[in-house]
Design a protein around this ligand. Structure first.
Ligand SMILES: Nc1ncnc2c1ncn2[C@@H]1O[C@H](COP(=O)(O)OP(=O)(O)OP(=O)(O)O)[C@@H](O)[C@H]1O
Ligand SMILES: [Mg+2]
Length: 316
């Protein structure tokens, strides 16, 4: 600007094109990164589900269906990356084209102005100016590349950030009961999962599980039995209702302590990578071998575990 405002104005007009082009590519990159991550997670889900249920898929003769599902998602990722590659090509071409254009405009306009009678823009100043232009343009290019990389990272991390920022974990108190009798009172006016806030899974449910008694929940599939257990375990927040353990509101109880008081066999049990003994004691500390064997005996599993080549130390 100090050397020649007029040349700077004409150079800025070309630089503006560079900014527009970078912004276009950065936006496209962000969208493509997000779509790519979504499709990648879908692809992993299909692969995981397929490998997990291989016997069922074979029994149903659904190999082709799963193969087609995998291919369709894989092609989606290919198309996104292909589009991104083409856009990168255009971006690079535009970058180098506009870089040359900036130099050409500076030289042309500066050259013309320097020939005007009485012009202060001498050949030496124009040379100096061209060196400055080179510096500005290369910095602008670097900035553009960094900007589009930042947008790409933002697009890839959007889902992760949403998960990290979403306070799905219920609040925890600090109260620990001295002796747990396990007297549970469950009172719920309404409960909906955060994923489907408009669908009330439980409505006006009042259940009392007296200490020392066995309580069974019986109902048709989807009626909400597992949801009751999920809420009792504080896996979800019950906003419109209250659950009391031995007369104390669950929200006041130390959550990690509370969960250690439960023994849970879920509807869809999973074995973790480790030995059988480790799996039986999963999540507990300072468990003796005797306690593990007693638990296995109570579940009528002791005999078959002992018949395994390495018994309780056999890998799952
Ligand atoms: N994580 C979740 N997000 C959204 N909806 C859910 C979730 N888990 C369950 N649901 C819905 O809540 C309702 C109750 O499901 P729940 O698993 O509690 O039923 P259930 O009585 O245990 O069924 P089943 O006898 O088949 O085990 C169903 O309509 C189900 O689709
Ligand atoms: Mg269930």
């Amino acid at each position: 600007m100090r050397i020649s405002p007029l040349v700077t104005l004409s150079v800025s007009a070309v630089l503006l094109l560079l900014v527009i082009c970078t912004d276009w590519y950065a936006r496209l990159n962000r969208k493509a990164a997000r779509e790519s991550q979504d499709s990648l997670s879908e692809l992993n889900r299909i692969a995981d589900e397929t490998l997990d249920s291989l016997p069922t898929i074979r029994a149903l003769g659904a190999e082709d269906l799963h193969s087609a599902m995998y291919s369709a998602t894989n092609n989606k990722i290919y198309n996104i990356q292909h589009k991104r590659g083409v856009a990168l090509g255009f971006f690079c071409a535009a970058n180098s084209g506009l870089t040359t254009a900036v130099r050409a405009v500076a030289l042309l306009v500066g050259g013309l102005i320097s020939t005007w009678p009485g012009s202060t823009l001498t050949a030496e100043l124009l040379t100096e100016y061209l060196l400055y232009v080179d510096m500005v343009v290369s910095s602008a290019l670097d900035l553009g590349v960094e900007w589009s990389s930042a947008m790409e990272a933002l697009g890839s991390g959007e889902r992760v950030l949403a998960l990290v920022c979403d306070p799905v974990l219920p609040q925890t108190g600090s109260h620990r009961l001295e002796r747990v009798r396990v007297d549970i009172e469950f009172f719920c006016r309404s409960f909906a999962y955060p994923e489907q806030p408009s669908f009330h899974v439980l409505q006006h449910v009042h259940i009392q599980c007296p200490a020392g008694k066995t309580t069974a929940l019986v109902g048709v599939s989807g009626s909400g039995k597992s949801s009751v257990v999920n809420v009792i375990q504080s896996l979800y927040d019950l906003e419109d209702g209250i659950v009391k353990l031995d007369g104390v509101d669950l929200r006041e109880i130390d959550l990690s302590w509370l969960r250690r008081q439960f023994g849970v066999v879920r509807q869809d049990p999973r074995l973790f990578r480790g030995t059988i003994a480790e799996n039986i004691a999963w999540g507990m500390v300072d468990v003796s071998e005797e306690q593990i064997q007693n638990a296995a005996r109570a579940a009528h599993a002791d005999e078959f575990i002992r018949n395994l080549p390495r018994g309780y130390n056999d890998f799952c």
